[in-house]
Design a protein around this ligand. Structure first.
Ligand code: PFF
Length: 525
C-alpha cells in the first residue's frame, strides 16, 4: 500500500514555496534589464497586464490540476487523459505535417523531432505535456544551476575581497576569466546542486517548506537593504527615473511578446513545477487567493530588484548596461565605489543565490516527484540519482560556455542535426526550455483545462477551500455556475460569469501561440 502523500504544513508554507519557485534569477537578473530595454514604466504596465490576464489564470489551472490529481505532472495528465481525443489527434497531425515540411527544407534534425513528437502524441495524448514538464525540469536546472553557480562563486569571491574593480572593463575581464575557469564553474555548479539536493532530500514539509520559510524573508530583507542603500546615494533618482518613467513609444508587438514570455518564465509556468507544488496542497486550502499572493510576491520582487540596482548604477555614473551583463559585469564595479562595497557586493550575490536556490529546488522536485509517484522510487534515491544526472548535464553546459572545443563531438552533433553554430550547449538548453518547452507547455495546459478536462471540473476543484463569501462569490463569478442550485448568482455575476473560462479557453492559448510562433520565427512582427 502506497504511503500517504505528504502535504504542506500550512497555506503560508505553500505560498512561500511557490513564490520561491517563481522568484528567481528571472526576477533579479532578467526583469530589470528587459524593463530598461523596453520602455521602463510602460513595459512594467504591459508586464502587469500579462501577469493578470495570462499568468494568473494559467497558474490557477496548474494548481487545480495538481491538487485535484495529487500527482506529479505525468501522473496528473495520466489520471485525466481521455481515452480518445480529437484535439490531441489534431495536434499530433500538425506536428507530423510540420516534420514533413521541415524535411522539404533539409532540416533533418528538426523534421525528425517533429515527426517523432507527432507519433508520440497519437500514442500518449496529453500525458506528453506532463512528460515535457519533467524533461524541462532537467533541461532548465542544468543551465540554471550553472548561472546559480556563478552567483555562488561571486559570493565567495566577495568574501575573499576579489571583486574590486576600478571600472567596468576590469569587471568584464574578470567575469570572462571566471566563467572560462572550468574548476570554478563546475565546482560552484556542483555546490549549488548539492544545496538543492540536501533540501529536496528532506521532503516537502521539513525540506522545501521549512527552507522556503527561512529563505524568502531573508531575500526580502536583503532586497530592502540594497534598495535603501541604492536610493540614498546622491544622484540615485536619475536611476529611478530611467527604470520606471514610462516611455510608451518603446512598446510594440515585440515588447509585448517579451513581457508575455517573461511572465511565463517568471511565474514558473508551463512545465509542471506549479502542478507539482499544487499536488501537495490540501483540499481545504484556497487556490484563488494563494495564486494572487504568489503572483503579487513575484511581481513585487521583480520591481524591487530594479530599484536595488539602477539607482546605484546611476548614482555612481555608470551606463545602465541594458543587457544581461548588468549583474555580473557592471554591478561589481558599482559596488566597489560605494563605501563598504565588498559588503554590498556580498549581500547582492547572496540575494541572487537565495533566489536561485528556492527556484532550483522546485525544478528538482518536479523530477523527483515523477520518479517517486510513477516509478515508486524512494524519495532519497530519486533526489540523489537525478541530482547527479543534472550535475553531469549542467557540467556540459558549464564547459560549453568555457570552451566548446573540449566537448567537440557534442558540438559537431548539434551542428549536424540542428544547424546550431555559435550557440553553446548552455544556449541550446536555455533556448529549448525558454522558447519551446515553456510556451508549448503553457499552451497545452490551458487547452487541456479549457477544452478537455473542462473549466467546470477545474472550478469545482478551485472552489474547495474558498470559505469566505467573497471567494465563493468570485469563483462562481469566474466559473459561470448558472445551473448550480447552491449558487444563486445575481444577474451581473452571470454576465461576467465565464470570465476565467474565456481566458483559459481562448485568450491564453491564442496569446501564447502567437508569442511562440514569433519566437521560433514563423510569425514576424
Ligand atoms: N521562475 C524562475 C525565475 O524567474 O528565475 C525560473 C523557473 C523556476 C522557471 C522553476 C520554471 C520553474 F519551474
Amino acid at each position: 500500500m502506497a504511503a500517504e502523500r505528504e502535504h504542506w504544513g500550512s497555506n503560508l508554507g505553500f505560498i512561500l514555496a511557490a513564490a520561491g519557485s517563481a522568484v528567481g534569477l528571472g526576477n533579479i537578473w532578467k526583469f530589470p534589464y528587459i524593463t530598461g530595454e523596453n520602455g521602463g514604466g510602460a513595459f512594467v504596465l504591459v508586464y502587469l497586464l500579462c501577469i493578470a490576464v495570462i499568468g494568473v489564470p494559467v497558474m490557477i489551472c496548474e494548481i487545480a490540476l495538481g491538487r485535484h490529481t495529487q500527482r506529479n505532472p505525468v501522473g496528473a495528465f495520466k489520471q485525466l487523459n481521455p481515452v480518445s481525443c480529437t484535439m490531441a489527434h489534431f495536434i499530433g497531425l500538425c506536428f507530423m505535417l510540420s516534420g514533413l515540411f521541415l524535411f522539404c527544407f533539409s532540416q533533418w534534425g528538426w523534421g525528425a523531432t517533429a515527426l517523432v513528437i507527432g507519433a508520440l502524441i497519437f500514442r500518449y495524448r496529453w500525458i506528453l505535456v506532463g512528460a515535457m514538464g519533467v524533461l524541462a525540469g532537467f533541461v532548465i536546472l542544468s543551465f540554471y544551476s550553472v548561472v546559480a553557480g556563478w552567483t555562488l562563486g561571486y559570493v565567495l569571491q566577495a568574501v575573499g575581497g576579489q571583486l574590486t574593480f576600478a571600472n567596468v572593463a576590469e569587471a568584464q575581464e574578470h567575469f570572462g576569466v571566471f566563467i572560462r575557469d572550468v574548476r570554478w564553474a563546475i565546482g560552484c555548479h556542483f555546490a549549488f546542486i548539492v544545496i538543492c539536493v540536501l533540501i529536496v532530500y528532506h521532503g516537502i514539509k521539513s525540506g522545501i517548506e521549512r527552507w522556503s520559510k527561512v529563505l524568502m524573508p531573508v531575500l526580502f530583507l536583503l532586497l530592502l537593504a540594497l534598495i535603501i542603500r541604492g536610493i540614498t546615494l546622491p544622484g540615485a533618482m536619475a536611476g529611478v527615473r530611467f527604470y520606471l518613467s514610462p516611455d510608451f513609444s518603446r512598446i510594440d508587438a515585440q515588447s509585448i511578446l517579451v513581457a508575455l514570455g517573461h511572465a511565463f518564465f517568471s511565474l514558473s509556468l508551463g512545465m509542471g513545477a506549479i502542478i507539482t507544488y499544487g499536488s501537495y496542497l490540501r483540499r481545504d486550502q484556497n487556490i484563488f487567493t494563494s495564486t494572487l499572493s504568489i503572483a503579487a510576491l513575484d511581481t513585487l520582487v521583480a520591481l524591487m530588484a530594479g530599484l536595488a540596482m539602477f539607482p546605484a548604477v546611476f548614482a555612481r555614473g555608470f551606463a545602465p548596461d541594458t543587457g544581461p551583463g548588468l549583474v555580473f559585469q557592471v554591478l561589481p564595479a558599482v559596488f566597489h565605489q560605494i563605501p563598504l562595497g565588498a559588503l554590498w557586493a556580498f549581500l547582492f550575490f547572496l540575494l541572487l543565490l537565495v533566489a536561485a536556490v528556492t527556484s532550483g529546488i522546485s525544478l528538482l522536485e518536479v523530477v523527483t516527484a515523477y520518479f517517486v509517484d510513477e516509478r515508486r522510487w524512494p524519495r532519497r534515491r530519486a533526489v540523489v540519482v537525478f541530482g547527479a544526472v543534472i550535475f553531469l548535464l549542467g557540467s556540459l553546459c558549464a564547459v560549453s560556455v568555457a570552451d566548446w572545443s573540449r566537448i567537440e563531438p557534442l558540438h559537431r552533433f548539434l551542428v549536424a542535426a540542428f544547424g546550431t553554430t555559435e550557440a553553446s550547449f548552455f544556449d541550446v538548453m536555455d533556448h529549448m526550455a525558454s522558447n519551446w518547452m515553456l510556451p508549448l507547455g503553457g499552451l497545452f495546459i490551458s487547452l487541456f483545462v479549457g477544452w478537455v478536462w473542462g473549466t467546470r471540473h477545474a472550478v469545482d476543484e478551485i472552489r474547495h477551500g474558498s470559505h469566505n463569501f467573497a471567494d465563493v462569490h468570485l469563483m462562481s463569478l469566474l466559473a459561470g455556475l448558472r445551473d448550480d442550485p447552491s449558487h444563486n448568482s445575481p444577474a451581473h455575476v452571470i454576465t461576467l460569469a465565464s470570465l476565467w473560462g474565456i481566458f483559459i479557453r481562448f485568450i491564453s492559448p491564442v496569446a501564447v501561440l502567437i508569442a511562440f510562433l514569433n519566437t521560433i520565427g514563423w510569425l514576424d512582427f
